[in-house]
Design a protein around this ligand. Structure first.
Ligand SMILES: NC(=O)c1ccc[n+]([C@@H]2O[C@H](COP(=O)([O-])OP(=O)(O)OC[C@H]3O[C@@H](n4cnc5c(N)ncnc54)[C@H](OP(=O)(O)O)[C@@H]3O)[C@@H](O)[C@H]2O)c1
Length: 292
């Protein structure tokens, strides 16, 4: 498929260099790190998004469910950075699982965001109990074919869910956004996604609102050794795995730190130390049981 618009990597004139990009299955490119916006409200999102883009962020992650797409759109407009240099992700809810419903969800989110195309549209949760995610995905494929979105994907889909959408449509998703951090490293899921060339995107990459991971002694020790912050060590772990983390912060200094992770790497020894944090599957939200 030929893309005649969509994300074009640019340069930052104000802050840290934008993250490098990687190619996606259906022809677009995605920045290797972005800004999460949950649980910001419209007002906070507007300020945090404009600030982050000024610092060099180019990927912004939102969702209809977050109730802040209007604020995200205002932040994008206030940033002054051309639309084509930004990569905007949003997600649709279980009420939108259907071919026509997905089209309507696109229109609704695009209107709130005040954009005429969306870079990446995701199905937020599979909700297998209602068994309509395959139709929702058919709706995304149509939006991709119509050029309304540059990339399509899934979130919280297990390998069996991903297999089903590929079998039904023959179209491989660009991304699966899953809950991932060193305590929940999910090696089987990541290997599955890698095998299909689906980019793994990490939500709650810093372990979420609880500071436990960021204060873990192993993380602190590696941070001290490398002269980095604990958050930077954790974000670098995602990059070493080939995943795209979307850390959330509204704070300018933490946003800056979170983006400055492309000028160092972790050693095999660091990675082996971080592997000891694995809680063996404990604490992963079960998307067969939960979703909206
Ligand atoms: N697909 C899904 O189902 C799903 C589910 C949940 C989240 N998400 C997405 O993923 C994004 C990230 O996940 P998340 O917000 O749950 O968790 P997260 O990014 O792992 O952690 C956010 C928390 O870490 C703090 N923080 C950020 N940078 C820091 C730093 N450098 N040092 C110390 N603390 C730092 C933030 O506080 P401050 O803001 O005060 O800095 C906030 O409390 C969300 O915003 C959302 O866009 C997707």
């Amino acid at each position: 498929m030929r893309l005649d618009r969509g994300y074009v990597p640019g340069v930052s004139t104000t802050g840290t260099a934008p993250a490098p990009t990687i190619p996606l299955q259906n022809g677009a490119r995605i920045p290797r790190l972005g800004l999460g916006t949950w649980p910001m409200d419209d007002r906070e999102a507007e300020q945090a998004v404009a600030q982050a883009i000024g610092l060099g962020y180019r990927l912004i992650d939102t969702a209809f469910n977050y109730g802040n797409e209007t604020g995200v759109g205002r932040g994008i407009a206030a940033s002054g950075v051309p639309r084509e240099e930004l990569f905007v992700t949003t997600k649709l809810n279980k009420e939108d699982h259907g071919v026509d419903e997905a089209q309507r969800a696109f229109e609704r989110s695009a209107t709130k965001l005040d954009v005429d195309y969306i870079d990446l549209l995701l199905i937020h949760w599979p909700n297998p109990a209602q068994d309509r995610y395959v139709d929702a995905y058919r709706g995304l494929v149509r939006l991709l074919e119509d050029g309304r979105v540059s990339a399509i994907g899934l979130s919280n889909f297990k390998p069996a869910h991903v297999d089903r959408v590929i079998e039904a449509t023959g179209v491989v998703p660009d991304v699966d956004q899953i809950e991932l951090d060193p305590t929940r490293p999910r090696p089987q899921e990541r290997a599955y996604l890698r095998g299909k060339d689906v980019v793994c995107q990490s939500w709650s990459p810093l372990g979420g609102r609880h500071a436990g991971l960021r204060e873990h002694p192993v993380v602190a020790e590696i941070a001290q050794k490398r002269g980095r912050t604990p958050g930077q060590i954790v974000l670098r772990w995602h990059l070493e795995l080939g995943c795209v983390p979307i850390p959330k912060s509204a704070d300018a200094e933490r946003q800056r730190q979170n983006l400055e992770v492309f000028d160092f790497s972790l050693s095999q020894d660091d990675l082996a130390r971080l592997a000891t944090l694995d809680r063996g599957g404990e604490g992963i939200t079960d998307s067969d049981a939960f979703g909206h």
